[in-house]
Design a protein around this ligand. Structure first.
Ligand code: NAI
Length: 396
């Protein structure tokens, strides 16, 4: 079938298999171009199909020749109906990994559930024996706690006061003011239950209990801090509380891994266009201004550049892993540079519908957004018939 983008709000209802494949191949080429990384060899990536998790899987496989198991929650294709992009990404990843002689298997299901944890543990036991790196990169609006059966929904809201600021509809380029009401009731607890560290700890406990973590194994989860313009809705909002919890959980996990000399890290990453971030008000405007400045300064990075640098220059240097005063790895260092932030703050004041295309990188934002779904990639013939029924080799 001929596949075209069908946008609805912050999501695209279709995905292009050949475009997703091209995007994965581009990421693989980037990692290879940066040379070998003396990193982990047996890697479990939870949230492995898009964004930072996919970039982690690619960096491990093609930077360190690692065997990878990827866990994700994606929609397979139906005849005449495309899969979700993470499905096509994973199909392309496995195809390339297998071609390169690398072990790669995937599990598609709810990572929060006991069943998917069980299946993953059994697969590690049967195929890899142990893993020496666990990347935790889930972004989800909802989690059912397998022990209580309670379903929690996360919210992206400020705490205490209504937050009013500028935002942009990146499809139309219209800059407007948005007001977000403060959270109420159990919003904070629910957001922590979904995006905090509880499930990360459950995974590590389960792996450790069955001796599936190699001596010296590391685990890394991803966090975000960001600038003052997004603070009320992000870092000081409900999602920020969940990130606080995630960061605190790293210390608890490190304690629990002391006997195997393992360690848990949180890496604070840069703001990027992913399915998760495009749904947060205010962030798309910030990202389009940030992109403009970082590109002009020659320091712009996407997910793959971020994770490749995280691996090569932070995690796997052979020396101490550098961390900030709160114990976090910082790979958002270029985003948070004083000169970059000062320029963003200045542009933020000026931004209007009329001037955003010029002072911001709305085009870059849109391109990245289309790319997430496999559209607008160079080298792909979008007029050609595409096979929507592409399968993930280890799953079919
Ligand atoms: P994403 O939406 O691209 O990826 C989310 C991944 O989680 C996908 O592989 C998806 O299949 C998987 N997933 C979601 N629910 C699942 C479930 N129930 N079971 C199994 N898999 C499930 O998100 P992104 O942006 O890469 O986020 C990953 C982490 O990075 C998050 O913790 C996010 O807060 C963090 N981060 C994101 C930043 C950004 O600007 N996008 C910046 C800094 C940190």
């Amino acid at each position: 079938m001929i596949i075209e983008p069908r946008m609805r709000g912050f999501i695209c209802l279709t995905a292009h298999p050949a475009g997703c494949e091209q995007s994965v191949k581009n990421q693989i080429e980037y990692v290879k171009s940066k040379g070998a990384i003396d990193g982990a060899k047996k890697v479990l990536v939870i949230g492995a199909s898009t964004g930072f998790g996919l970039a982690s899987r690619i960096s491990s496989a093609f930077g360190s020749d690692a065997a990878t198991i990827g866990v994700f929650f994606e929609k397979p294709p139906l005849a005449g109906k495309t899969a979700s992009p993470g499905w096509y990404n994973s199909a392309a990843f496995e195809k390339e990994a297998h071609k390169a002689g690398l072990y790669a298997k995937s599990i598609n299901g709810d990572a929060f559930s006991n069943e998917v944890k069980r299946e993953t543990l059994d697969l590690i036991k049967a195929d890899l024996g142990q893993v020496d790196l666990v990347i935790y990169s889930l972004a989800s609006p909802v989690r059912t706690n397998p022990n209580t059966g309670v379903t929690h929904r996360s919210v992206l809201k400020p705490i205490g006061n209504t937050f009013t600021n500028k935002t942009v509809d990146f499809h139309t380029g219209k800059v407007s003011e948005v007001s977000i009401e403060p959270c109420s009731g159990d919003d904070i607890e629910n957001t922590i239950a979904v995006m905090g560290g509880e499930d990360w700890a459950m995974w590590i406990d389960a792996l450790k209990a069955e001796n599936l973590l190699a001596p010296g194994a590391n685990t890394v989860a991803y966090s975000y801090i960001g600038p003052s313009v997004t603070e009320a809705v992000y870092r000081k909002g409900t999602i920020g509380r969940a990130k606080d919890h995630l960061e605190a959980t790293a210390f608890e996990i490190s304690d629990s891994l002391a006997d195997i000399n393992g360690k848990a890290y949180v890496s604070v990453n840069k703001a990027l266009v992913t399915q998760a971030s495009s749904a947060i008000p205010v962030i798309p405007l910030y990202i389009s201004l940030l992109y403009k400045i970082m590109k002009a300064e020659g320091i712009h990075e996407g997910c793959i550049e971020q994770i490749q640098r995280l691996y090569q220059q932070r995690l796997f240097t052979g020396g101490e892993v550098p961390v900030d005063e709160k114990g976090r790895i910082r790979i958002d260092d270029w985003e948070m540079r004083d000169d970059v932030q000062a320029q963003v703050a200045q542009l933020w004041e000026q931004a209007t519908t009329e001037n955003l295309a010029e002072i911001g990188d709305l085009e870059g934002y849109r391109k990245d957004f289309y790319n997430l779904f496999g559209f607008d990639l160079a080298g792909v013939d979008y007029n050609a018939e595409a096979d929507e029924m592409v399968q993930v080799e280890s799953i079919s």
